[in-house]
Design a protein around this ligand. Sequence first.
Ligand SMILES: [Zn+2]
Length: 291
Amino acid sequence: MDLSTLHPHHKRSIVYIIIGFCLGLVFWFLLPQLFLKEPTTVRSESKIHAFHNPDSNLEKIRIRAFYVVPQNKTADAVSNWKEFLETSLAKAAEFHKIQFREKSALNYDIYPEPVILEKNNIFYDTKTTKYGNPKALIGIANELEKRVFRKDGDLYNENFSQRSASEYPVLGIIYEGVGAAGGVIYESELESTVEIAKKLGLPESVIYKVDVESADGFFILSRTFLTDAEYRFNGVTNFYHEFAHTFGLPDGYDLETGVSSTFDIMGEGRKKPIEIMYLDRKFTRAMGLVE
Ligand SMILES: [Zn+2]
């Protein structure tokens, strides 16, 4: 076709089409490069660490998990606990890997036998089991430290009890009783919880003294979350939620009212299956993930 015979309007539209086509080429040419190149360079900057704490490296985490049964609750103990625990750990590790773009690895060991605790449940549960039974977490962690992790302990196991310098060690306690709580263990030269609260700028009510050197974080979860029909959709979600407290993530909901302030696994998402859950970006960013 002879272009000069065309009406000027048509001429213009041909030009427009060409420009459009060229833009399209440039666009398609650049896009794959953007997608392929940028994430890799950006990812390499990521160095995962504890929440708001770059000194605490989280590139490798190891949960040492236990099933613990109070002296007077052995009749309630379940025989297939290990399968349930293994499944929860595997699903939690998969979720973790995706959330942190493979920049933080979650590994785990399961203590081979159930640990029958020295005391009855009332010793660990104390007067109140409110707020996820943190008192039981403290009492049981102290006992495991003495019995499993110290050389003179009756359950000491050399391979299991070693702490590796390159890993962030977490104590995971599945309790034959009530409980859902987790936290970070800080070493402090300060003696009282009042002083520590002041230094960290936290309310005194969330600080407890614990005698544990084998882990930097710990959590407790009732065995029922792993086995009971009531929790078949969000049992593992709760497992990861409590685990997430071990590297400092705060709750995304109000402990008194239950009203959520985030939609992720730390907030409203605690009620949903882990397969459709995520970690809020404000949390992963504050843990060093660059994306
Ligand atoms: Zn929580």
